[in-house]
Design a protein around this ligand. Sequence first.
Ligand code: FCB
Length: 492
Amino acid sequence: MPLTSSADSSSASPVPAVPAPSGNPRFPTGFLWGAATSAYQIEGAAAEDGRTPSIWDGFCRTPGKVFEGHTGDVAVDHYHRFREDVRLMADLGLTAYRFSVSWPRVRPTGRGPAVQRGLDFYRRLTDELLAAGITPVATLYHWDLPQELEAAGGWPERATAERFAEYAALVGEALAGRVEQWTTLNEPWCSAFLGYGSGVHAPGRTDPVAALRAAHHLNLGHGLAAQALRAALPGSARLSVSLNLHALRPLTPSKADREAVRRIDAVGNRVFLGPMLDGAYPQDLLDDTAGLTDWSFVRPGDERTANQRLDWLGVNYYTPTVVSATAEGTEPARQDGHGGGAASPWPAADTVGFHQAPGRATAMGWAVDPSGLYELLAGLARRYPEIPLIVTENGAAYEDKPAPDGTVDDPERAAYVHGHLAAVHRAMADGADVRGYFLWSLLDNFEWAYGYEKRFGVFHVDGRTLARTPKSSAHWYGRVARTGELHPPREA
Ligand code: FCB
């Protein structure tokens, strides 16, 4: 059954998420208030201290792939400005920070020994966070596969999962004692299906079978990396994965449109939830894709390996996905929410149509609809009641413009986050065990194929000077983080 097919509220809540005396929703003490970023999107220093190119360095240099040929060479120079960036978070009152470790920085070319200069950056960063009272949450892989591993076949090849586990062990050993909260992969759906299916993300391949093989090796890599982390870290370490689960809606209540939801739920959500949380691929996914592959790349025991005990599950959510049984008259650009490519990111779903969800849209064209987040959290709590949840990404791009006095007022972003936090609170009141929320993103940054054209930060970054300026949403979010109370944005 699709994860988001219904949203009853029958399970009992272990989490006291209650109204404050002011009437505003109040989040429990200890709820993590964070912001999220990723290495390639913010670090820069692309050729410093031994780092070698990732698939994104190459993709950015492929004509026509990234807006105006933007690259992450300098990005927002976080590699050199991390102390200032930690101070920005501390001043807001954030209690957690989700960042990713750059594989080609700490294990150049994807093989061989770790480079201590690369690891030292993350040692310095996490020391700075801990000194500021901010909990570091490290993601091992946010899409920056070392280019040499792609040259050797990339995620469609099993060896990449094995290299990933070795890298996980090196990072785990280096940061043990500093980092307790870990995420193996960020949004493996994007790595597999945008990277190897539609080709709108690096490495830009358009081969549905390669995309399915990549999905499997990401599942396997997740399991092997989780095992490697458990071996390298103290028992107190907490492991997770961050999935961009699709909150699916049928265009109409017809049986055919509901069947389209089932098909996309299989190849969009359960392709990862199945192995990682249930220990098996769903039979309907194998049936739907039987015309493409017999899945013989799945070896006996792989699904069990993917099914490691997780201490929490990371949920990334931006907008719902509306589907219909026929693709006639629909825009290919709606297929992946990332502008659409020459090919579909959805294997064995050629007939399915993708539609703009109703409601106001952000600068990405993504409809604002917090009920999708509620449905995902409530659906996961129902299906996996034993696993705590953390919203590891949620946020919005808008066309923020500094005023003549330098201030940046972004009421839409605060309204977006307010609506989604209200949905999180409602899910908690209805029984979902949600432990934290990470706003995407701390800083305006390199938004993949959109380059620096789309701004997601609560801190504005000047494209020329790289100066950071808090937007009005940062002030509002800081107040929510400090009080644990969901004040309406206009009160900030
Ligand atoms: C997510 C990615 C993140 C950023 C946001 C807008 O899919 O994980 O890096 O691009 O979307």
